[in-house]
Ligand binder design. Structure first.
Ligand code: PMT
Length: 397
């Protein structure tokens, strides 16, 4: 089952050049399992042919008020009732003005008045039109009524100028819709996630690091946020894209990560430690670049604090989730870490397996609880595994 299976989405397309981008929005929503119907204004139909949306949605596309395109008794009421959510993209200044003031002079604006479904608008227009006090006031009116504004982006506009007014990218618009429907199982909860690899300096230009890309932890942060949690993401070195809306704290060394984690620890409901923390750091970091004068070079390493173990010792109300990156005896070693670090559960990944562990988009993991029960999961994307982990966390707090 996909994220939007069984969800009815009504998309209103108004007359802007960005209407072409909404073709991709519709296509993505269909792939996520949604039932989509499109209503266009006459102006929108000048930019994209209704047939394009008709082919993708496999549903008739309505433009005219009295055309009877859809085989419903009272078309605007039927379409208004169909929607679990209404998305207007692109939303022109003209549409925003009408919607803010209750003007219903075509099929789309009539539906907008008739529906009780939550509404989202994704404005797109020339910067001066967007910044005009009238448009800003209309956006405020809509927002005060609970309409979600999917903010326009800054970039090159069709009129040849550059500024704010580009339609938000299709993936962002779809992410907002997925977020809207995601069950808010972590609502009111504060979750701390660590990710990426810590960096331990050798001298001003060299360091010891590991292969963590941050993908696993960033997906966990994204999933927690999607499910309504307030998320703090403390990250070492990583290449993954930071999820929008999380409190992001960048650190380098294990000691910095420890300090950042401890600062937040008392106020969070759960900690998920997916970071690959360096077990050792260089004892004497050279102040200047080390010269390659000798044939060999010996670095003395000292042990870093085990952050998770310390959290386990200080634990009072927090749920603690650890990771175990192993290459042998995965389950046995992971069970040992639950006891040693006082964890509620652990995610054990055999990082020697293809498609698991560092750098890749997928993972193969087992979830092990305090009693030692093992749920072995098949290979799945890190996003899917993150969803599993977050559901487990939600069941336990
Ligand atoms: O970032 P990606 O490229 O997506 O890769 C994901 C991952 C392989 C990094 C992730 O799935 C993973 O396994 N993370 C844990 C890596 C690790 O350090 O495992 P460990 O078995 O050495 O440590 C056990 C637990 O103790 C971990 O939760 C770790 O965060 C924590 N730890 C370890 C050492 C230390 N000094 N302090 C700690 O808190």
């Amino acid at each position: 089952m996909n994220e939007l299976t069984g969800k009815n989405i009504l998309i209103g397309v108004t007359g802007g050049i960005a209407a072409y981008k909404v073709v991709e929005v519709v296509s993505r929503l269909k792939k996520l399992g949604a039932e989509v119907r499109v209503v266009m204004t006459r102006a929108a139909a000048e930019f994209v042919a209704p047939r394009t949306f008709q082919e993708i949605t496999k549903n008739p596309v309505s433009v005219e008020m009295f055309a009877g395109t859809v085989n419903f008794h009272v078309e605007h009421i039927a379409l208004a009732n169909f929607a679990d959510v209404v998305l207007i993209a692109p939303a022109t200044a003209n549409f925003l003005a009408k919607a803010a003031h209750g003007i219903a002079d075509d099929l789309l604006t009539t539906i907008v008045l008739a529906t009780t479904a939550p509404m989202m608008v994704a404005p797109s227009m020339n910067t001066r039109m967007l910044e005009h006090p009238a448009t800003q006031a209309n956006l405020k009116i809509l927002e005060s009524r609970g309409v979600k504004i999917i903010d326009a982006e800054i970039g090159l506009l069709a009129c040849g100028t550059s500024g704010k007014g580009r339609l938000s990218e299709p993936e962002n618009i779809c992410a907002e819709i997925v977020k809207f429907f995601a069950p808010k199982i972590l609502s009111g909860k504060k979750i701390l996630v660590t990710a990426g690899g810590t960096i331990e300096p050798i001298d001003p230009v060299r360091f010891i690091c590991n292969r963590s890309s941050g993908k696993m932890g960033y997906e966990i942060a994204r999933a927690a946020q999607l499910h309504g949690a307030e998320v703090i993401l403390i990250s070492g070195n990583a290449t993954a894209e930071v999820p929008a809306g999380v409190k992001f704290v960048k650190v380098e060394t294990a000691l910095e990560m420890r300090a950042a984690v401890l600062e937040e620890y008392e106020n969070v409901d759960a900690v998920i430690m997916s970071a690959a923390v360096s077990d050792y750091r260089v004892k004497n970091v050279a102040a200047q670049k080390i010269k390659k004068s000798n044939e060999t070079l010996t670095l003395e390493l000292v042990k870093n604090p085990d952050i998770l173990k310390e959290l386990g010792q200080r634990k009072n109300h927090q749920l603690l989730v650890g990771f175990a990156a192993e290459t042998e005896n995965v389950i046995e070693y992971a069970r040992g870490k639950i006891a040693e670090k006082n964890l509620d559960f652990i995610v054990a990944n055999d990082v020697s397996q293809e498609g698991a562990g560092f750098g890749v988009d997928t993972n193969i993991a087992s979830l092990i609880n305090r009693a030692g029960d093992v749920e072995s999961l098949p290979k799945m994307t890190k996003a899917e595994l993150a969803e599993r982990i977050i559901r487990r966390v939600a069941e336990s707090i």
